[in-house]
Design a protein around this ligand. Structure first.
Ligand code: NAD
Length: 345
């Protein structure tokens, strides 16, 4: 089996590359290494899997994507511009990477002699702010009113921010190419994914960012009151979700799935996460509070029932266990992380 992983040296991509290489697949990592830490991840992958191929390519370049697609059976499209803040500063570049880049991948799939299975990694941001949902404030967190468990795939799309628009565009194209060309495409709309090899920064990868900041004694700013709730998913659970969805491609092709930790793996970003982090790290962590960021959802939790129904998937790793494993990796790699932070500040 030949697996092409765009963004394969990134946080999620490096875990996908590891999994498929361990399954004996020929893995091709297509990554321009623009993300901080991607080079570090790639070096580690190459050391472990000397036969792994890296193409220093850009998804904005159709010819490069199309050449990389030769003889591929499975594509995991993870390359992307990943921060909302960056998309606001440079919406054109965000569009070209996320929307046009995804169209390039899709076209390369469509024009292949034997079109491979394609997984596209979208985001729950496509549902927008959801501010029409009644929310109640509890002691440590916000909660949905009326016993709502989470957001299903049937909620209306409402793209916010250039990032939301560019990811949403890719999401809809991938879905529609399955309908109109009969391709075996699957869309995962993901909540916050976390784990080792995540070089988290304030703008993206908040769990890793908080742990890194705490361990390096760097200031942490909480926007709003810290009771905002997110469902979080440990990256190994995501890798398992992809593997199961590939195995069940006859059921999953053409579908969209919300993939996240769900209600059982949800956390208030500071009022509940801080005590957990303090317990795991043994540190007392000071923070400063600032104004709410525009458009920050008070609560987002995915309902992953469709994934369970179609391919029997549900999360297995609790935030306590996942954060412990991620903290361990950050502690072991603190020097490298520190040098990346210094280089980019
Ligand atoms: N991490 C999350 O919580 C999360 C949540 C929802 C959706 N996603 C999506 O999952 C995907 C992977 O996210 P991640 O957290 O692993 O991010 P990441 O930044 O660690 O990985 C993205 C990779 O893509 C590469 N890349 C960027 N622009 C490229 C380009 N033009 N051509 C080729 N390669 C390029 C980067 O070098 C990096 O290695 C992204 O598409 C992101 O939008 C992630």
């Amino acid at each position: 089996m030949r697996v092409l992983i765009t963004g394969g040296a990134g946080f999620i991509g490096s875990h996908m590359s590891t999994y498929w290489a361990e399954q004996g697949a020929d893995v091709i990592v297509f990554d321009n290494l623009t993300r901080r830490g991607a080079k570090h991840n790639l070096d580690a992958l190459r050391e472990k899997f000397p036969t792994l191929t890296h193409i220093m390519g850009d998804v904005r370049n159709f010819d490069a994507v199309s050449t990389a697609m030769q003889g591929v059976d499975l594509v995991l499209h993870l390359a992307g511009q990943v921060a909302v803040t960056t998309s606001v500063v440079n919406p054109r570049s965000d569009f070209e990477i996320n929307a046009l880049g995804t169209l390039n991948v899709l076209e390369a799939v469509r024009l292949s002699k034997n079109p491979p299975i394609l997984f596209n990694f979208s985001t729950n941001k496509v549902y927008g702010h959801l501010d029409y949902l009644p929310v109640v404030e509890q002691e440590t967190r916000y909660a949905f009113d009326h016993n709502l468990k989470g957001i299903t795939e049937d909620y209306p799309l409402d793209f916010h921010s250039p990032y939301g628009c560019s990811k949403g565009t890719g999401d809809q194209y991938v879905r529609d190419y399955a309908r109109i060309y009969g391709l075996r495409n699957v869309v995962f709309r993901m909540s916050c994914i976390y784990g080792p090899r995540q070089f988290g920064i304030e703008d993206q990868g908040w769990l890793a960012h908080f742990v890194i900041s705490a361990l390096l004694d760097r200031p942490i700013t909480i926007y709003g009151n810290g009771k905002q709730v997110r469902d979080v998913l440990f990256v190994a659970d995501l890798v398992r979700a992809v593997a199961s969805a590939v195995q069940n491609i006859d059921h999953t092709a053409g579908n969209i799935y919300n993939i996240g930790g769900g209600l059982d793996n949800s956390l208030a970003v500071w009022t509940e996460f801080a005590p957990l982090l303090e317990e795991i790290s043994g540190l007392r962590i000071p923070v400063r509070y600032s104004e709410w960021r525009p458009g920050d959802q008070k609560i987002y939790i995915s309902d992953t029932g469709r994934a369970f129904q179609d391919f029997g998937w549900q999360p297995t790793i609790s935030p306590r266990e996942g954060v412990r494993r991620m903290t361990e990796w950050i502690q072991e790699n603190l020097g490298t992380i520190q040098s990346y932070l210094a280089a980019s500040s």
